[in-house]
Design a protein around this ligand. Structure first.
Ligand SMILES: [Zn+2]
Length: 284
């Protein structure tokens, strides 16, 4: 089917208490690994593409890959801009064919974040494109964006609720203690904030930095109202470790298919595990 937006998927996720996985797409093997997992699990999902990945692959390649994957399949697939940094960047993605966008104005003063996010919601909704907003700073490293984990400030529930009311976003990412990249210890997730905000707004909360969060914490977050979870690092690790293993056994390999193929399969298994954990298996 054609690419879809997050509207119906996320409404249903919140209602039925499961989470839709956002898996970042970085090349052909990522695209295929995620798509194969989704077909095996009959799970709807979101292809996340960061601005860095867009630069790496090229906008037209990104859209063409996502469309090819979706059109071949009965599974609902969303193509979502991850951490869009400006109004212009978001508009460009919509024009290119993205069916969903995130605007990350979390580094801006509250009023400025609201103002730009609201404008993006107005334009995006007119075009049938869903919007994710962000409040509070999520720690860790994503592309060239680096925020010290200690500086990552946790979202205040009353601000998050006001942000939703003033912008009308379809999904809200709030900083609740998770971080991008690998964790040094166990993340301390502020479940009470998820609970308070999720009760007050009709759209799901998005958990960024889903890689490496213990399964029980993921289940608890979903039960409280998290409806979208972003995973990238664990997929990157699965792919890279498999490639290393191939070369350890056969240092003379030169055909990229001989190491990218097994790497894709390893990543597919990680994605399948996440889809089951998130409760999205069988929801397509
Ligand atoms: Zn993120």
């Amino acid at each position: 089917m054609p690419l879809v937006s997050m509207f119906e998927l996320l409404q249903r996720a919140k209602r039925e208490r499961f989470a839709v996985g956002q898996f970042n797409m970085n090349n052909l093997e990522f695209t295929k690994a995620i798509m194969e997992a989704a077909e095996m699990e009959r799970a709807p999902f979101i292809f996340g593409v960061s601005e860095g990945a867009m630069k790496y692959m090229g906008e037209r390649y990104v859209v063409a890959l996502a469309r090819a994957a979706a059109e071949e399949s009965p599974i609902p697939v969303v193509l979502h801009l991850d951490h869009g940094s400006s109004f212009e960047s978001v508009m460009r993605a919509i024009r290119a064919g993205f069916t969903s966008v995130m605007f990350d104005g979390s580094h801006l003063p509250f009023a400025e974040n609201v103002r730009i996010t609201r404008e993006i919601v107005r334009v995006a909704h007119a075009m049938g494109v869903s919007v994710e907003g962000e409040l509070g700073t999520i720690g860790g490293v994503e592309d060239d964006l680096s925020v010290e984990e200690e500086d990552a400030h946790i979202a205040k529930p009353e601000e998050a609720i006001r942000f939703y009311e003033e912008t009308g976003v379809d999904a809200l990412a709030i900083a609740v203690g998770t971080a991008h990249g690998m964790y040094k210890g166990r993340p301390h997730i502020r479940f009470e904030i998820i609970d308070e905000v999720a009760r007050a707004i009709p759209v799901p909360i998005v958990l960024h930095g889903g890689s490496g969060v213990p399964d029980e914490d993921i289940r608890r977050a979903i039960a409280l109202g998290v409806g979208k979870i972003n995973v990238n690092t664990e997929n990157q690790v699965a792919m890279t470790q498999t490639i290393k293993r191939v070369f350890e056994g056969k240092p003379d390999v030169y055909d990229p298919r001989k190491y990218l193929g097994p790497a894709k399969d390893a990543m597919r298994d990680v994605v399948r595990g996440k889809m089951r954990l998130f409760g999205s298996s069988g929801k397509a």
